[in-house]
Design a binder for this molecule. Structure first.
Ligand code: Q9C
Ligand code: ZN
Length: 345
């Protein structure tokens, strides 16, 4: 299986993540990918391929233009306003505030809060370029699968599934999964499925696809009563309008192990099959792992191999795997590559 990967991910490395009232080294850090690259190499996967240039026209189909412009220009505005540190959102367009439904404020602090879904995710001078390089890897993986069939892996960093049409956060800026699904549709696939196995609910992907009947979104994640991003991912969120029935959420409680998790996986696979998807996008976070520092499921490393195998055997679709989360960094490589190997077995 081919891997697409850009070194430009390194341009995004904030010094701080607001966590427990402290600024700590972000969990989503550049070294995560080193562990994945090492496992790919050790297990004889082909050398990684550098992606072609990003095609932002597709990003514009799933994101708000003002939002993308904000991501591109926020750092310069922030510095011009005299700020010394990294961009961190402090004031939000929260419940019942009229500004949530108006254009963004002029002031950069106001803009940051307007476009942020949470405060943990800092923006720095290299964030936009890194997010574009992450999307470029996703897009090259999609083109590879569209042309040759089979499966490909995009080692995306920063991740994408929390990024909504006009919000960043949860370490995400551009929604790679939504863009790849859109590319499959533009390439002629009648129906596409996005399966999100990251521990966290893929709120961004869900929001972007919520009213669409041509792309199914299915997600296995920590119950929103217990887990970030807290405010989406309930089982009764099932889509709207044309998209009614094309969203499937499987929230699970703290301590969930592979037995229960894999039942949800099987249900999601059955939904994808019944939906008639012709291509599959997997938001591949491995933070459902038992030792993940910010999550509470109990999957073992071998369970990730089983997961990959079930996807291949149960669906057998052209598949693009997109790296999302996973923060037990020494195990991130093992668990990620286990999924890919299990798929290929
Ligand atoms: N104490 C992904 O896995 N957690 N994002 C913030 C602050 C943010 C996870 C908790 C978790 C984001 C792609
Ligand atoms: Zn996650």
């Amino acid at each position: 299986m081919q891997t697409f990967f850009s070194e430009d991910h390194r341009l995004h490395f904030p010094q701080g993540e607001l966590h427990g009232g402290e600024l700590v080294t972000p969990f989503e850090r550049p070294s995560r990918v080193e562990y994945v690259l090492r496992q790919l190499k050790e297990r004889g996967f082909p050398a990684v391929t550098t992606p072609d240039a990003v095609d932002l026209s597709i990003a514009h189909r799933v994101h708000d233009a003002g939002f993308l412009n904000f991501l591109e220009t926020a750092w310069d505005e922030w510095k011009a306003a005299g700020n010394a540190g990294e961009i961190i959102a402090t004031g939000f367009a929260a419940r019942r505030m009229s500004g949530a439904f108006r254009p963004p404020p002029r002031d950069i602090d106001g803009k940051v809060g307007y476009y942020a879904l949470a405060a943990e995710t800092a923006i720095t001078g290299g964030t936009w370029k890194a997010a574009c390089s992450s999307l470029a890897s996703a897009q090259s993986a999609q083109r590879h699968v569209a042309a040759k069939g089979g499966a490909a892996f995009a080692l995306c960093r920063p991740p994408g599934h929390h990024a909504a049409s006009d919000m960043f956060g949860g370490y995400c800026f551009i929604n790679n999964a939504a863009v790849v699904a859109e590319m499959f549709r533009l390439g002629g696939a009648g129906k596409v499925a996005v399966l999100d196995v990251d521990f966290h609910h893929g709120n961004g992907t869900q929001e972007i696809l919520y009213a669409r009947g041509d792309v199914l979104f299915a997600s296995l994640h920590g119950h929103p009563e217990d887990a970030y991003p807290y405010f989406t991912g309930y089982a009764d969120e099932s889509g709207e309008g044309e998209g009614e029935g094309a969203t499937a959420n499987y929230p699970m409680r703290p301590g969930t192990a592979y037995g229960e998790w894999s039942q949800a996986l099987d249900e999601a696979i059955a939904r994808i099959k019944a939906f008639g998807a012709e291509a599959l996008v997997v938001s591949l976070g491995v933070d459902a792992y038992k030792d993940d520092p910010i999550s509470f499921f109990k999957l073992e490393s071998e369970d990730f191999r089983r997961c990959g195998n079930r996807l291949a055997k149960g669906l057998g679709l052209p598949t693009v795997f997109l790296m999302e989360g996973g923060y037990a960094i020494e195990a991130v490589g093992i668990n990620t590559v286990n999924v890919l190997e299990g798929f290929a077995e």
